[in-house]
Design a protein around this ligand. Structure first.
Ligand code: GLU
Length: 304
């Protein structure tokens, strides 16, 4: 299959489609990112890489970090992790408080904000230096020893994080947050503001496409069984209350972030990362989803 030709066609189709959408402004620093950025990078499990557009420009991965946080927590805690959160789609927006109250502080899944905040609380108990440990792990899976976070975005999110504070406090009241709320949120905002290029994101996601193995290594950093579970969660919960439509249009396990990134995998074959900042009302990149839809249409590659 000529992935380069396909990726270029996807890029041109998406640019011509003028997908619309709004760059996220509820984190003011994110609102400063130019709306016309677009990049798509595909990487095969053999390590061949294909790019179109702004693939070497770092952007804030936001909620895509929830996949990496979950990977570490699941590796450390195994199935006992599921005593603190569940694995059901929420059908509600990513930052919803509604279910949390009647489900007594147990988040529906690790990819809504509430779930990722619990995962951060779990990691705080496990890491000596959570920011450093997480950053080092990210450096390893991206093969970028200089990878870092965007301090201005983390600060902007902290200064405007009333909603996430409400979520964390409600869970604390139900006894599902062990550490101080501010310490947990500080780590959560740090993880969300990690910046990656499409190239780095595709490389990191290759581990979910390749049964938990890092590129160029026989070493597994995630078991086959856990990789399957994380991919299942991405498929059912990765795009919040748009997970059904995303499955219908694309059919690849994936995760979005309000920075405009979407990363997805075709298990056994490839990973793909797209970045375009304008979002639809559900907080997902309009052009990102269209690009993945065109990709699966043109390649015939989908898990369904
Ligand atoms: N840091 C964002 C928040 O907590 C993540 C949301 C997202 O990317 O969907 O609101």
């Amino acid at each position: 299959m000529d992935y380069q030709e396909i990726i270029e066609r996807v890029g041109e189709d998406v640019r011509a489609a003028n997908c619309g959408g709004q760059v996220a402004t509820y984190i003011p620093e994110l609102g400063r990112v130019p709306a016309d950025k677009f990049g798509i990078q595909l990487m095969t499990v053999e390590g061949d890489s294909f790019a179109y557009g702004d693939c070497d420009e770092p952007f804030s991965i936001q909620s895509i970090s929830k996949v990496f946080l979950l990977t570490q927590a699941l590796n450390a805690k195994g199935r006992t992790l599921w005593q603190r959160l569940r694995v059901e789609p929420s059908g509600d927006p990513f930052n919803s408080l509604v279910q949390l109250e009647y489900e007594q502080g147990i988040p529906r899944n690790p990819f809504i904000n509430a779930g990722a905040i619990v995962v951060c609380d779990v990691l705080l108990a496990l890491f000596d230096d959570p920011r450093k440990d997480f950053r080092d792990w990210m450096r390893r899976v991206t093969a970028n020893p200089r990878l870092d976070y965007n301090e201005r975005i983390a600060e902007s999110e902290r200064a405007h994080g009333y909603h996430n504070r409400a979520i964390a406090n409600l869970m604390k009241a139900f006894g599902n947050i062990e550490h101080e709320v501010e310490a947990v949120l500080d780590f959560y905002f740090f993880a969300c503001s990690i910046k990656l290029t499409c190239a780095e994101l595709a490389r990191a996601f290759l581990l979910y496409a390749n049964h938990g193995r890092l590129l160029g290594s026989e070493e597994s950093i995630l078991s086959v069984r856990r990789t399957k579970r994380i991919n299942a969660l991405m498929q059912t919960c990765g795009l919040y209350d748009e997970a059904g439509e995303y499955a219908f249009r694309v059919g690849l396990p994936g995760k979005s972030g309000v920075g405009g990134g979407v990363a997805a995998v075709f298990p056994g074959k490839f990973s793909v990362a797209v970045w375009s900042p304008p979002l639809n009302p559900k907080g997902n990149s309009t052009a990102g989803i269209l690009a993945l839809e065109r990709l699966t249409d043109l390649t015939g590659c989908s898990i369904f």
